[in-house]
Design a protein around this ligand. Structure first.
Ligand code: 0WD
Ligand code: CA
Length: 347
């Protein structure tokens, strides 16, 4: 039903968010000697963090840059035979292009009761490009972020620094400022039923000790679980997101740093992505992967039925707020939600 995700490429973003084709920013997982007994202070260096400019909407531009540089990955044998000049075919032979995070949200929608989404879709030369825009609720939540919430968001980035290195078998550098600008992204091709999809996702590190084919690892932090109620919430609301995010790119392992309220991680725990749906089965009315993928499949079908104008200046907006229905409207040509840049459509 959902084909095994296949990595077709990767790219990196440097400290200035400049795109580079390749693995420049790839990190390596540094497993601590005693994963069950560590003491990582995630509060350190908060004031010196180098922050990404959030006022710039990057849309799906980096994925488009990768596509432009890797047209050959999308060519069929037929394309190659019919090429008359040196320009590769502009047809991607791909139904959908988007960020992995958008697909994660769609997979989790059947069980989501808090956060909605807004997805813009443009059909261009036979491919549906999808870009997520912030909902009004997300914008107002963001504007109301407290200092404490901002510090806690920092803890997640600091954790990555404690468990990763730039060189294989290196030692983590926890003295340099943390930044959320640099990124390493994998590009994936997969298929769900009739829909072929190319998407990219940010990957935390490679695990050189991993025996499986896909050696990527995902880092998470979470508050230490003290009560059965917390355990239920963790399984019902957090593990579904962790599972969906990693499953989509075929990441086999999630390493969680369990922290206290003071931002100290005391132990690491491994979660095998494939086993997460089993871990949650003891919930009353657990979430199920089948339901998630059925919803995604139906949404993609709905998009194909609805988005009929092949024009990069026309955007269809799909939005949803729980527990409501999905809304859909076709915006007039040249609306402020257009997101395919000229340098891409004219290439
Ligand atoms: O629709 C999206 N998912 C968007 C992605 C909207 C706008 C920007 N991006 C960019 C991110 O800045 C990043 O470069 O895309 C890249 C990641 O895309 P993704 O893999 O599809 O995103 P997702 O799966 O939601 O997040 C993966 C990681 C996060 O790790 P955690 O462990 O927190 O899930 O990407 C990072 C973050 O480390 N990340 C961000 N970092 C800074 N600012 C952001 C952000 N807005 N979003 C994701
Ligand atoms: Ca992470």
């Amino acid at each position: 039903m959902f084909r095994k995700p296949c990595e077709v490429g990767n790219f990196s973003l440097d400290i200035d968010r400049i795109f580079n084709d390749g693995k420049d920013m790839m990190k390596y997982y540094h497993k601590p000697d005693k994963p069950g007994n560590v003491c990582f202070d995630l509060k350190l260096g908060y004031k010196s963090m180098v922050r990404k400019d959030e006022s710039k909407d990057e849309l799906i531009n980096d994925i488009l840059r990768w596509i432009m540089r890797n047209r050959k990955c999308f060519q069929t044998a037929e394309d190659q035979a019919t090429i008359t000049d040196s320009k590769p075919s502009r047809n991607l032979h791909t139904d959908f292009v988007c960020w992995r995070g958008l697909l994660t949200k769609l997979l989790c929608t059947p069980y989501e009761s808090r956060d909605g989404w807004m997805i813009a879709v443009t059909l261009h030369k036979g491919t549906y490009y999808m870009n997520e825009y912030e909902t009004e609720k997300k914008k107002s939540d963001k504007a109301a972020t407290t200092e404490r919430q901002d510090q806690m968001a920092y803890w997640g980035w600091k954790f990555e620094q404690y468990v990763s290195t730039s060189e294989p078998n290196g030692i983590p550098d926890t003295d340099s400022p943390v930044n959320n600008c640099e990124a390493y992204c994998t590009v994936i091709r997969s298929r769900l039923e009739k829909h072929s999809i190319v998407y990219s996702g940010e990957v935390d590190a490679v695990d050189l000790d991993c025996s499986s084919e896909n050696k990527y690892v995902e880092f998470k932090t979470s508050r230490e679980i003290d009560t059965p109620r917390q355990n239920q919430n963790f399984k019902r609301f957090k593990l579904i997101k962790w599972w969906a995010q990693s499953y989509l790119v075929g990441i086999p392992l999630i390493v969680c740093g369990f922290r206290d309220d003071d931002g100290i991680v005391h132990r690491l725990q491994n979660f095998e992505t494939a086993k997460i749906p089993d871990i949650v089965k003891d919930l009353r009315d657990p979430w199920e992967p089948n339901v998630c993928f059925n919803f995604l499949n139906q949404f993609l079908e709905f998009v194909k039925r609805t988005v009929t104008t092949d024009n990069h200046k026309v955007v269809y907006l799909f939005d949803w707020e729980p527990p409501g229905d999905i809304g859909c409207r076709r915006l007039e040509e040249g609306s402020s939600y257009c997101f395919l840049p000229d340098w891409y459509v004219n290439d």
